[in-house]
Design a protein around this ligand. Structure first.
Ligand code: ARG
Length: 398
């Protein structure tokens, strides 16, 4: 079945790497369409300067680069921190949080440049295809979607290399990494290739954002994180905009080897996958946030919110950022954060982290009430009745 003529102009999420370069040309050949390249800067630290020229040399009619770093941290990373989002108890969702943002602007750029479809380079086995396509669907349901990896007959890197050679596609000779990488301001992830054996330890040379704990400074570092309504606003008393704050936190925590994780996770599509992550700044922000909550959240509010965490994380992981149930959850979470203003102090040392202090103008912690030394607050004799009534049912069991 010919694909020709299905779409007039397609907006491709493009990185300049081998895969998306091949996709660019393949779209032109197979769909007989024009291609607009789109690249989102979410802090992946790749050189974007020569990208438009490269895209055009490969056949694109236009190339749009969007700097999304500030929006990423402000509207995706920080809401996740406010909700302590953590998937399967371990993964801070670095990739999952960036995908809906990248897809949102992908759809916008597509319409702005007169495209009737979008194309992405995510494979048919991963979570990313789902996250992208659920977002297009939620925000622009009429937009056509092309996922070449699920359509074409190229199945490997050598296939792609051969295709590139045949069509004279300029590919920069990069050293072939033995795993798949995804980086942004929050994290870097590694999976696939030599990491597919879950028993095989990652090579030390793989890590990018963190110093090895063994090599980290012998002196610990301390950092004070300030929050307003659950949102990080300052480091050591200095107010910082979201992207700058996370960048600084990454440097400090990364230098001390904090934030490495090695796990096997359940992908939405139904398979297990081994992933290694570095999330230095995010790890510290989440620990500091938890610590501040410990003095500012009512017990029952905290416990209700805690019950929502696995669900919140699962929705982020599975790509439902723009879903009605997510709106509801986020509203509830943000409502819980009204009093979460203040500071927490965290100590970083050779890959580990410890909270060493927390303070807040809204603190619910009452030193007199909690003290072991003082008799004040309530009549301790009342505890006798409290325990008796709590125990009524327990003594009746036979
Ligand atoms: N397993 C992680 C996730 O699903 C990371 C995915 C990284 N994606 C990639 N294309 N390398 O969120």
């Amino acid at each position: 079945m010919s694909r020709k003529g299905s779409f007039r102009r397609v907006c491709l999420a493009y990185s300049g790497g081998l895969d998306t370069s091949v996709i660019l040309r393949w779209l032109i050949e197979e769909y007989d369409c024009e291609v607009v390249a789109y690249c989102a800067d979410v802090g992946q630290e790749e050189e974007l300067d020569g990208l438009p020229d490269k895209a055009k040399a490969t056949g694109a009619v236009d190339c749009v680069i969007r700097d999304l770093r500030e929006e990423f941290v402000r509207d995706f990373v920080y809401p996740a921190i406010r909700g302590n989002a953590i998937y399967e108890g371990t993964y801070l969702l670095g990739t999952a949080l960036a995908r809906p943002l990248i897809a949102k602007h992908h759809a916008l750029v597509a319409r702005e440049t007169g495209c009737d479809a979008v194309a992405h380079g995510a494979t048919g086995k991963g979570n990313d295809q789902v996250r992208f396509e659920l977002t297009y669907r939620a925000l622009d349901p009429e937009l056509g979607v092309i996922a070449p990896w699920r359509e074409w007959e190229l199945t490997s890197r050598p296939d792609c290399m051969a295709y590139a050679q045949k069509h004279g596609i300029p590919v920069t000779a990069t050293v072939d990494k033995p795993y798949s990488i995804d980086r942004n301001l929050l994290h870097i992830s590694f999976e696939g290739g030599i990491l597919e054996d879950p028993w095989r330890a990652p090579d030390e040379s793989m890590f990018v954002m963190t110093t090895s704990p063994e090599e980290a400074p012998d002196a610990a570092a301390e950092v004070i994180v300030g929050f307003e309504k659950g949102t990080p606003v300052s480091l050591d008393g200095e107010s910082l905009q979201p992207a700058a704050l996370l960048r600084r936190m990454n440097q400090i925590a990364g230098a001390h080897g904090v934030g490495r994780v090695d796990m096997v996770e359940n992908r939405f599509v139904g398979l297990k996958s081994r992933g290694v992550y570095e999330t230095p700044g995010g790890t510290v922000l989440q620990a500091a946030h938890r610590a501040l909550e410990s003095i500012t959240l009512d017990r029952e509010v905290m416990h209700e919110r805690d019950r929502l965490i696995p669900r919140f994380a699962e929705l982020i992981y599975n790509g439902f950022w723009y879903a009605p149930e997510m709106e509801f959850l986020r509203a509830a979470i943000d409502r819980s954060q009204e009093n979460v203003t203040g500071e927490a102090r965290v100590r970083l040392y050779k890959g580990g982290l410890q909270v060493t202090g927390r303070r807040s103008p809204n603190s619910l912690y009452d030193e007199a009430l909690s003290s072991f030394d003082e008799a004040g607050g309530y009549d301790q004799a009342d505890a006798t009745g409290f325990i008796h009534l709590q125990g009524l049912r327990l003594g009746r069991r036979s």
